[in-house]
Ligand binder design. Structure first.
Ligand code: BES
Ligand code: ZN
Ligand code: ZN
Length: 484
């Protein structure tokens, strides 16, 4: 439950007020009376409440510092989250306790305040020290007279904790976050949040015929694994899952024998961003007890260079029974995803089947860092996902999936090959490749998040995890569960 204090406005300030009070304000809606109440004197400052605008007002003797924080326009709650996060990030070393005055704020701003402040305390520094659990040592007291304030604030904290945990997984170096490490995290999360967890070790993968997952992992000293997670909040025992999720969990992508250049190779520790998003989504569904039946398959492997690695031209088998000619070992994500998609489809046949993967450089070149690519065979699903994405500012742009793009999948020596014959429409080709492993499933979507999982921001000096996908999937799951 909540680890914050909540105070009704009439009782504020408490006998021992926090050193810092944050007073969030919307653009052009500045309540000077309120400011005066908290500073204890009349102030005249040039503050308009623009997004992320801050103004520090010094107290009268013995009082506390007041930060005015601009949230910008009232209808942009995602931006409000970033305003809180940005302020907290700047003060993460000197704040130990903070009060936030939310009495005049709508529900979503309560949530975003708790979420943003908590995420502000996430830092990529000292990753190793904080391995086990990220500590958020900030003592909060929120001031709000709303009856449901505790619920709104608690939602923000819960979301932030899941998102930060996923960001941590993505930011950790590959020598630490091996497939085993991620599996261990998921196991603990499943016990804490009460969802079903199954781990398929190498022997199980072989037994069940998940040949493509094995093939990608065969060059690494860290054995490949597949996780299967299930949460059923619908209350219907044995019901057909409404949603099946697959997340790409390549813990490091060297490219394999088709090795990548050295310049940006270290960023390839983030090649499990899809897995993190899916894991976060299952954790959130369980934490919030959404009335939804959800299954997930997370294939985990390290794409390494070794005498045992798959080689260009190798023909491998797959769970679906289709043989694959591996022309390029750097197109490894689609191989493990193909197995996991076919697995979920065959074993559970969920109503909606989705996958998230940092899949192609081509998608990054097309959309940059502003949106993930969306590839689907269902217009209604595209609409629902884009709506969810816009709501949390994790945007999706739909690509065409015309039949003609699938022509080049043909291989002379196998059922299918893993890259196209020419270096064009690479992201769509990858989508078409995955589509050929979902059988006749009518409601499938693939999200290529290569450009948005890991990026530059004000929160780290180099690229770092964005947490993309957790909030998007949560929003989409809420949408799905409202329908049923
Ligand atoms: N993990 C990469 C895709 C990627 C690129 C993720 C940039 C994040 C940022 C993927 O496995 C890959 O290497 N794809 C190749 C495919 C190519 C060989 C057809 C690519 O996009 O270059
Ligand atoms: Zn690759
Ligand atoms: Zn990859």
């Amino acid at each position: 439950m909540a680890n914050f204090q909540i105070l009704p406005p009439a009782h504020y300030p408490p006998p021992a007020p926090p050193e810092v009070l944050v007073l969030p304000l919307f653009k052009n809606k500045i309540s000077w009376d309120l400011i005066e109440k908290f500073t204890g004197h009349q102030v005249s400052v040039d503050f308009k409440g623009e997004w992320k605008e801050t103004c520090l007002l010094y107290p009268q003797e013995g009082g506390r510092k007041v930060y005015l924080l601009g949230l910008g326009d009232p209808d942009q709650s995602k931006r409000a989250e970033m305003a809180f996060r940005s302020l907290a990030f700047k003060h993460r070393k000197d704040w130990t306790e903070v009060g936030v005055y939310l009495d005049e704020m709508p529900p979503e701003i309560h949530t975003k305040a708790a979420q943003g402040l908590t995420l502000g305390f996430y830092s990529t520094k000292d990753l190793k020290k904080q391995l086990a659990d990220q500590r958020f040592d900030l003592a909060y007291s929120f001031v709000s007279g709303h009856e449901e304030a505790t619920k709104w604030l608690d939602a923000g904290l819960k979301t932030a904790h899941s998102q930060a945990a996923m960001m941590r997984l993505v930011d950790l170096p590959a020598n630490i976050k091996t497939p085993q490490f991620i599996a261990d995290y998921a196991k603990v999360s499943s016990l804490r949040n009460r969802y079903k967890f199954t781990r398929y070790e190498m022997g199980d993968l072989a037994k069940h015929g998940l040949h493509a997952v094995l093939a990608v992992g065969q060059g690494s000293i860290h054995p490949p694994l597949m996780l299967e997670l299930e949460y059923n909040g619908s209350g219907n025992e044995g019901s057909r899952p409404q949603l099946g999720l697959v997340g790409k969990g390549v813990t490091f992508d060297t490219g394999g024998i088709s090795i990548k250049g050295a310049t940006n190779m270290h960023y390839m520790k983030s090649d499990m961003g899809g897995a993190a998003a899916v894991l976060g989504a299952v954790e959130m569904a369980a934490k919030f007890e959404l009335p939804i039946h959800l299954v997930a398959a997370i294939p985990l492997a390290e794409n390494s260079v070794d005498a045992h690695s798959i080689k260009p031209g190798d023909v491998i088998n797959s769970y679906s029974g289709k043989t694959i000619e591996v022309i390029n070992t750097d197109a490894e994500g689609r191989l493990i995803m193909a197995d996991a998609l076919a697995w979920l489809h065959k074993k559970f046949n969920p109503e909606v089947l989705m996958d998230l993967a940092t899949l192609t450089g081509d998608c990054v070149r097309t959309l940059g860092y502003e949106a993930a690519g969306l590839f689907s065979n269902n217009a209604e699903l595209i609409e629902g996902l884009q709506k969810a994405g816009n709501a949390v500012h994790e945007r999706l742009w739909a690509f065409p999936m015309w039949e003609e793009y699938g022509k080049d999948l043909h291989s002379d020596v196998a059922d299918i090959k893993n890259i196209g014959s020419r270096p064009i429409f690479g992201a769509i080709f990858a989508g078409k490749f995955l589509e050929s492993f979902i059988g006749d499933h009518p409601k499938w979507a693939h999200i290529d998040m290569a450009g948005v999982a890991f990026g530059d921001s004000e929160f780290a000096k180099t690229k770092s995890a964005t947490g993309y996908g957790v909030q998007l999937l949560f929003e989409f799951m809420k949408q799905l569960s409202n329908k049923s």
